[in-house]
Design a protein around this ligand. Structure first.
Ligand code: UDP
Length: 324
């Protein structure tokens, strides 16, 4: 029969798109989600088991019920700004939650893990594009929580009982090209959904955080990567853990940066509408530029971004927002 994969946070944005990709690859994704930040309607390609990561007994019960061959671990809080104001929320949910998950996996002899990490673990990088072997020095508790988890995974992998892959996402964006699922954060703080909502006339004008960054147009540069490309990388990383012990980390980005003004221009081009916008102060904890060198993911996983040109990102996200 088909293999089950436990997907923590499968009701979230990247998690739900990965469940679709897992199902397409012949797996049965079992979503484990507290629904605190996830959406019930986003769970479409396998069962939903409600539960908290910190509830080890519940985790073990779900593992015993399905016998998953591996875990893809998305469940976490992921707002930089929130983490600056409430760091303990991040250390509890993200770090302690992952330790609880790993304890349950060890107890139930589940030995393969793919983990959602982030470019925020690099902090302000010594240069761009960023390679995986560059120093990791986060500048906010969100990034710090993810780096701590990577360290925990390395230590567990070193005992020989865990094969782990950390995927360091750059800026996830876009929506399922078929329009079945998309981004739906509450509150929404991400640039692209806010720019689209402003274009639609359903939100305040967009505030650009900082006009005096050390970048060519003075606004922050990020590497936007389509969520469907991220989903594909998870399926490949899961395969990697079947045949490779130890710990490995991969950057997932396009290798090309876009400024906030580039995003506004692309939003206007794709929607045919103006994006009302103004400038505000820079956001605490935000580096000026983060662009991936994704060559390791290509060499080892055979992964490459295929849906991540700005027009595809914006048009799939706009399509999703129109029907939602
Ligand atoms: N940003 C902005 N205005 C907003 C939201 C975000 O100028 O209302 C900027 C933010 O400072 C960053 C980029 O857009 O440079 C992407 O931010 P987002 O929150 O989407 O993702 P993050 O980089 O925090 O993961």
């Amino acid at each position: 029969g088909a293999q089950h994969i436990l997907v923590t946070g499968g009701a979230g944005y990247i998690g739900s798109h990965t469940c679709k990709a897992l199902a397409a690859a012949g797996y049965i994704p079992v979503t484990y989600d507290s629904l605190v930040r996830g959406n019930r309607w986003a769970v479409k390609w396998g069962p939903l088991e409600e539960g908290d990561l910190l509830d080890g007994e519940r985790l073990r019960e779900v593992m015993r019920a399905y016998g998953p061959v591996g875990v893809i671990h998305f469940a976490a809080f992921a707002y930089v700004g929130e983490s600056m104001h409430d760091p303990l929320l991040y250390y509890r949910n993200n770090v302690a939650g992952t330790v609880s998950l790993l304890e349950a996996m060890a107890a139930e002899r589940v030995g393969r893990l793919v983990f959602s990490s982030t470019c925020a673990t690099y902090g302000v990088p010594p240069g761009n594009p960023i390679r995986e072997d560059m120093p990791q020095a986060p500048i906010n508790p969100y990034g710090q929580s993810k780096l701590m988890i990577e360290q925990v995974l390395k230590d567990c992998a070193a005992t020989g009982t865990l094969a782990a892959v950390a995927l360091r996402y750059f800026n996830a964006a876009g929506a399922d090209p078929a329009g079945e699922i998309g981004e739906a954060h509450h509150p929404e703080t991400h640039l692209i959904p806010l720019a689209l909502a402003a274009a639609k006339g359903e939100a305040e004008p967009l505030t650009i955080f900082g006009d005096d960054q050390p970048t060519p147009d003075g606004t922050c540069i990020r590497d936007y990567i389509h969520v469907t490309d991220l989903a594909d990388a998870h399926v490949r990383a899961l395969g990697h853990t079947a045949t490779n012990a130890g710990f490995a980390a991969f950057n997932l980005g396009t290798g090309k940066g876009a400024s906030i003004l580039d995003i506004i221009a692309a939003t206007q081009r794709v929607t045919g509408r103006r994006v009302p916008h103004g400038y505000g102060p820079p956001r605490a904890g935000d580096p000026a530029e983060l662009v991936a060198d994704p060559s390791r993911a290509k060499a080892v996983l055979g992964w490459e971004a295929r849906h991540s040109d700005l027009d595809t990102i914006l048009s799939t996200a706009w399509n999703w927002m129109q029907r939602a």
